[in-house]
Design a binder for this molecule. Structure first.
Ligand SMILES: NC(=O)C1=CN([C@@H]2O[C@H](COP(=O)(O)OP(=O)(O)OC[C@H]3O[C@@H](n4cnc5c(N)ncnc54)[C@H](OP(=O)(O)O)[C@@H]3O)[C@@H](O)[C@H]2O)C=CC1
Ligand SMILES: O=C1CO[C@H](CO)[C@@H](O)[C@@H]1O
Length: 383
């Protein structure tokens, strides 16, 4: 059996996403299953080289997972001709510089979102990668979640009729860190370190809206910091300078209206941490990470507003589950597989750094919309 080894320098693997989703659930899972099998029987075998700034963390990870190579010297790893791909899941503020170096070294690129801290940086990386002729991709994992894949199935089958609106609710309570440790890193709450929920989540909303319903034409957002003081990983108090909630209204091509609340200061009274309700003339759906439920026009109840009597119908019970009809693998791994096929076999790929820049643009416009108190058009160029 023939195989192609792809050597991947993985930077940021000591962090939450780099470790769990990208190293363990994706690249090591692929390695441990003997690689990714292509139609002609060839196997793509990813070989990670761990990169970071902390030798003891990298050594421990390498030992635990049986990874042969690790390094704290990014420049020398990038200077190694046997490395094919540079992957980056560092904190956002560290991404642009490292990805810039990887482009200069001629590596293919796969990076977490947001691709840079601001639009100018994101566009520059996209342009440099294109000029260098390297393959490039950005993580857009939500597209590969079971609930949202089922939602896509509904859109593509015409289930909704004319699409009217999308309501998204994302968030959960992130502890301040005083009485209980926070469950997210403290840099997320400091603007000066690249934090903020709009920067974090609007890139996801951009590609989800774009791919499922249509490009975003305008944005109106209100960003705020509900919890101004938090405690960091060492228990020290700090000022939370970044937005921890962002309330956005997006107008999409064709007049569809999307409204998405994102908050780390909300308690969950939902079935999942993110949920989208989509309404169309022929039917509606509620999709989350895993589940998707529908209600067809013909099965729609006809409630009449009367606050003097209890609710007349069991509204939640009137929805029907959309079956999986497939085995859904980890969404990050699915996207890694597509990226590796793109690198090795030049298979089609659209989630590139230009697509990533659209997400950065939407976050940046949302911040401006909020500070200027007005709705802003999304410029055509990278729509
Ligand atoms: N697609 C998705 O669903 C998600 C994507 N993300 C994205 O992934 C990236 C990483 O997020 P997350 O894993 O939550 O972050 P973590 O704080 O858990 O990890 C940060 C990583 O960056 C490294 N790092 C490099 N430079 C610095 C620095 N100056 N300060 C702190 N850390 C540094 C850390 O190394 P060390 O261990 O040595 O400190 C660590 O490996 C972000 O860009 C974020 O937007 C995050 C969550 C979900
Ligand atoms: O990008 C992200 C997607 O959703 C996750 C759930 O809160 C976040 O951790 C994250 O930063």
């Amino acid at each position: 059996m023939t195989h192609t080894t792809v050597r991947i320098a993985m930077n940021g693997v000591t962090g939450r996403m780099g470790h769990r989703q990208h190293l363990v659930r994706s690249v090591l899972a692929l390695r441990d299953q003997g690689g990714l099998e292509l139609a002609d029987g060839t196997r793509i075998r990813p070989e990670p080289v761990l990169v970071g700034r902390s030798a003891h963390k990298l050594r421990a990870l390498a030992d635990r997972h049986g990874v042969e190579h690790w390094s704290c010297d990014l420049d020398s790893v990038l200077g190694d001709d046997t490395i094919d791909v540079y992957f980056d899941a560092q904190i956002t503020a560290a991404r642009e510089e490292a990805v810039g170096k990887a482009i200069a070294a001629g590596k293919h690129l796969y990076v977490e979102k947001p691709t840079a801290s601001g639009l100018a940086g994101a566009l520059k990386l996209a342009r440099l990668a294109q000029e260098a002729g390297v393959k490039n991709g950005v993580v857009q994992d939500k597209l590969f979640l079971p609930g949202l894949r089922k939602l896509r199935r509904l859109v593509e089958s015409g289930f909704f009729g004319r699409l009217l609106s999308v309501r998204g609710e994302f968030g959960y309570w992130v502890f301040e860190g005083d009485t209980q440790p926070a469950q997210r890193p403290s840099w997320n709450y400091r603007a000066e370190d690249g934090g903020g929920i709009a920067a974090d989540m609007f890139p996801h909303w951009e590609y989800l809206l774009h791919e499922l319903f249509g490009p975003v034409r305008s944005v109106q957002a209100h960003l705020t910091t509900h919890i101004p003081r938090r405690w960091d990983e060492s228990g020290a108090p700090y000022d939370a300078t970044a937005d921890d909630a962002a309330y956005g209204i997006f107008e999409l091509a064709g007049g569809i209206v999307a409204q998405i609340n994102s908050s780390w200061a909300v308690r969950v009274h939902r079935d999942e941490l993110v949920e989208f309700q989509v309404d169309g003339t022929e039917g509606s759906a509620v999709a989350g990470l895993r589940h998707c439920r529908i209600q067809h026009r013909a099965g729609t109840p006809k409630p009449v507003w009367n606050p003097d009597v209890p609710a007349s119908e069991p509204f939640r019970a009137q929805w029907q589950d959309v079956p999986d009809n497939a085995d859904f693998d980890n969404g990050f791994k699915v996207q890694w597989e597509l990226f590796l096929r793109h690198v090795v076999r030049d298979e089609p790929w659209r989630w590139d750094l230009a697509a990533g820049a659209r997400g950065v643009q939407l976050a940046e416009l949302a911040r401006r919309s909020s500070s200027e108190g007005r709705r802003l058009d999304v410029p055509e160029a990278i729509r």
